[in-house]
Design a protein around this ligand. Sequence first.
Ligand code: ADP
Ligand code: MG
Length: 680
Amino acid sequence: MAEKICVAVRVRPSISEESPSGTFWKIEDNRISLHKLHGTPISGLSYAFDHVFDESCSNSKVYELLTKDVIHAAVDGFNGTAFAYGQTSSGKTFTMNGSLNDPGIIHRAVNDVFQKIQMISDREFLIRVSYMEIYNEEINDLFAVENQKLPIHESLERGIFVAGLREEIVNNAEQVIKLLESGEVNRHFGETNMNARSSRSHTIFRMVIESKGIDTGSSDYSSSDAIRVSVLNLVDLAGSERIAKTGAGGVRLKEGKYINKSLMVLGNVINKLSNGAKQRAHIPYRDSKLTRILQTALGGNAKTSIICTVAPEEVHIEETKGTLQFASRAKRITNCAQVNEILTDAALLKRQQLEIEDLRRKLQGSRSEVLEQEILKLRNDMLKYELEREKLEMELEEERRSHKEREQHIRDQQLKIENLSSLVSDGDRSSSQDSMKESPKDECNDFKTPCFKETSNNAFVAKRSNYSELPDFSPLPDSFSNVADEDTWFKMNKGYIADLDSLQTTPARKVQSFPPQDITPDCSNDNYKLELQNLKTQLELVIKEKDELQRKHEEEVQINRRLMGEISELKQELDLSNNSLESSAQRYGNLEREFQKLKDERDSLLQTVSESSKNITFLTDQKENILKDLNCEVQRRKDLEAEIKQFSVAFASRQRSLASIHGEFKSKIEKLRAENLVRY
Ligand code: ADP
Ligand code: MG
């Protein structure tokens, strides 16, 4: 379904201390207008957009309102692009990269993508990232400094892509942030009057999100399942200001020119697209690298949002107006985004499917981080080998083409030489016969080329001789200055014989290598000899040239051979790398087996441990019971002892009382006895 590009304007906080003297930008809801200092708006300078963010707005809000939907759609398989446009120091980089306290759109998008895919349990994802800059119309890889001046290619399978660009497969947001930091170091920074660290390059951070449904019913993955592939571009453009304002010359001027070229083409593309379907006949995407790379994002299959950053200061009013006009035009563009489902081998996920399944099987039941690292490394290795192979194939193709061109060039030169030689030998023959009239028929054959055979004898040369009789003509242009080129001209015209004299529009020309006397009956022998001499010197020169060319050809053949050798060496290296990949896969298998063994051992140990701990618990329980019993016994013994003590105390006191009773009794008996004795 067609939908408009989402466009927002963001005004950064004012840097200058000065308060406005004549006009200021006023923001109301989603409208920005230029006002006179004391209120009244200036007509024709009021613009409405999807959002207008004032200076107090945070990156988090910009992300939520402007880009979040694009990012979420990318996870669902729609291409997405967010880019920041505006003059230098208006806040593009602040919006895209942000600050420590308020991370920008790129960081938020990366986090969001990983958070979102965590929540999707019925699809598996493969994410790779790349980071490039366009500096002076050359594409450089920010992940690999050695990859410079990369070409843009297009294929049915992959669409438009930057050949040789390093891509990294990533598992989590932290990895991406680290990669981005390393890439940032490689960015080109320059100095201008406007901003001491103004970036002079466009940067494109790209995430390719591939996903595939998981058949939860079984572990089988049908090979015909479609894979969704979406590309997410997050673009930080270089300053859009006019070069004059930067006040720079030399290198800086050159940079400015290129930046302006890219942005000018971007402006043209946006202009054409905003003019509606009628004028869409030709959109000049190919005129700059930037528009070519962003082609699908502009008027194509993508969800796009543009944030146009502006500076509020009065000195920047003209640039701000320019930016707002750009934004207004962009607002009129419609895109037609659809989920990209593909069935071909273009999806990396598909190419790595077998390996992934294998790894997943191996991984089942285990959550080891080390293993996941190993898998990520293997996947990245595989991707790297693929990219390297692609690069080698391209180089080989390039080499073949230039080789063919060189051969063609040499063939052309040889043809020229042969033509000249035959001409000279014919000239010799004619000279020895001392009559040119006698062999008029041969003249035509002297110019014989495969196509020329079909022409009649009297045609071109006869006409030209008439033609060349005219005096004081302008010299021939270079391409017609020798016979071979005339032949080529003939060939190009497929044997058509032109009556040059009848060509009124072209000024008459003089044939340098054929003076008027060459065939006319009244020519002088001396002149002819002179001409012959000339031709001979020319021939010598040409032969020399031919020798030189042959020498160069031999050199080139040598170079070719060396290159082929190098290529085959590289291939061997690739094979070696593949072997080492295989061996690391084997090593991985071994590790996996060892890991499994260790896991089994650990499990059995765990079982023994749990049994022993059961026993221990049982024994502890028993011990506790016994201790309890023992305590009871001890207590009882203590009680008994106390009782015994009490008893013995009581016993002793009883004994004592008994003894005293006994004593009393005894004394009583004694007394009684004595009384009795007295009585009796
Ligand atoms: P650009 O990339 O467009 O050249 P920058 O993003 O580098 O501009 O911004 C220039 C300066 O303004 C930086 O110091 C940046 O921190 C500051 N800046 C830009 N936008 C904002 C904002 N919305 N809030 C706070 N500071 C900002
Ligand atoms: Mg910047």
